[in-house]
Design a protein around this ligand. Structure first.
Ligand code: ADP
Length: 420
């Protein structure tokens, strides 16, 4: 087996797909694994993204998971390691970006790495070490109120310094704008000052493409998914249709949706308005003990031959609040996730081989119910959302995992067209 070029460790599931998607678009063949695999990789690819759930767990747990992923990636021959976190630098004063970065640096015996969540395509830019989300600073973007990782300081040098014992510095835009040689000179100067981690300014894709060559040979890169666009060229790879090639699509088509985000509500409405068949999962019926999954599958079975069907629990904010008030938010969420996942597995058993799943947590539940451990990343449908191919007990299937607010209103029909 050809050794892996780039080994990536992502701190959450949909973030892993986002990174994989960027690497594919820049010319790499990529597999995403769900957790650290038990055995060796069974396909020939340029990069592997190991998806962890380490963003908000205790720092010691995040470190342990990340080191286990590192050991597995090293066993696959990975030449460079990429630690991927959120483009809003989601973390607390305790971590986990700092502690995981330090642990990976120690394990790789390297004294220097970079850190930048810049992802201009998604409006995340870094200037003078400050992170902007669209037009506003991070701490005015809504992220200051995040329930788990409130981001109240936009100065990433300060944020990173609070999480790490190593000295944190800045590769400012002046150096980045001048290109590889100036960036390398700045890295040397920072190293001489004892800096171990440097935040990097980047306000455009051109900045990221200039940064890429300066990262060649760096044992560890830490970043959002944006930096990925500049790395495949270091390994002699350029964008190509081969990078996103998947086996030909076969079988029946279905959509399951447990996302209640605004975009998903629009997508469900669009699908129904187009006259396609749709089955609504009612959480109160679930709570009353009805076998809603069996009902949904019995409803879907005769319709599937006629084109894609939709099974959804997607609801407007008012309806969700009312359900949560009656059942408890966590209990309602878990119950609906279990039901949608059972329906997804049932649909695949009925012959569905092209499956759209809407919702981040919902995707996690469905992938688990389908016993999927690896996905080959294919062509992009909308920014951040590619088609993937995975092997299940019922055979190979194409699936796409769409987190909440991604995708255009016609996503549920457009996706099947992209695959065809
Ligand atoms: P998103 O990516 O849009 O955030 P997720 O799947 O991550 O979607 O989260 C949606 C959560 O809401 C899941 O836990 C899901 O089970 C739950 N949920 C879905 N439909 C309903 C509903 N009608 N009422 C209450 N909770 C729901």
């Amino acid at each position: 087996m050809k050794p892996v070029l780039l080994g990536c460790i992502a701190d959450d599931f949909t973030g892993a797909t986002d990174l994989a998607n960027n690497l594919v678009r820049a010319g790499m063949r990529v597999v995403q694994t769900i957790g650290v695999p038990d055995g060796p990789l069974d396909s020939e690819v340029d990069a592997v993204v190991v998806a962890l759930k380490s963003r908000t767990v205790a720092p010691s747990d995040a470190v342990a998971q990340s080191l286990s992923a590192l050991a597995w990636l090293q066993a696959q021959g990975a030449q460079q390691i990429y630690f991927k976190y959120c483009s809003t630098f989601d973390s607390t004063a305790q971590g986990n970006i700092g502690p995981v970065t330090e642990a990976l640096m120690d394990a790789l015996q390297t004294d220097f790495s970079i850190a930048t969540p810049a992802f201009p395509d998604n409006g995340r830019t870094v200037f003078k070490g400050h992170l902007f989300v669209g037009e506003v600073l991070l701490n005015e973007s809504g992220m200051q109120n995040h329930p788990l990782t409130p981001m109240t300081d936009p100065n990433l040098v300060r944020v990173m310094q609070a999480q790490t014992r190593r000295k944190v510095g800045l590769i400012d835009h002046k150096a980045v704008a001048q290109g590889e040689a100036a960036i390398r000179a700045r890295i040397d100067a920072l190293r001489a000052q004892g800096v171990g981690v440097a935040v990097v300014d980047a306000v455009s894709n051109d900045d990221l493409l200039r940064l890429g060559p300066a990262l060649k040979g760096m044992p560890l890169v830490t970043a959002g998914s944006g930096v990925a666009i500049g790395l495949p060229a270091n390994f002699g790879l350029a964008p190509s249709p081969q990078a996103s090639a998947l086996p030909p699509a076969t079988g029946l088509q279905a959509v399951v949706s447990g996302s209640c985000s605004l975009a998903t509500n629009r997508q469900v409405a669009h699908f129904i308005a187009a006259g396609r068949p749709a089955f609504a999962v009612n959480p109160l019926q679930l709570a009353a003990g009805d076998d809603v999954a069996s009902e949904a599958l019995a409803w879907a079975a005769p319709l599937l031959a006629g084109g894609p069907v939709l099974v959804y629990s997607t609801a407007e904010p008012g309806a969700v609040k009312s359900v949560q008030a009656q059942l408890g938010a966590e209990a309602a969420g878990a119950m609906v996730e279990r039901c949608i996942a059972t329906i997804a597995r049932g649909l695949v058993e009925l012959g569905v081989r092209q499956l759209i799943v809407a919702g981040g947590e919902t995707s996690g539940a469905c992938v688990q119910a389908l016993d999927i451990t690896q996905m080959q990343i294919g062509p992009q449908i909308d920014p951040g959302v590619p088609w993937c191919h995975a092997v299940t007990a019922s055979g190979g299937i194409h699936l796409t995992l769409k987190s909440g607010n991604f995708g255009t209103d016609d996503f549920f029909s457009k996706a099947f067209t992209v695959l065809a």
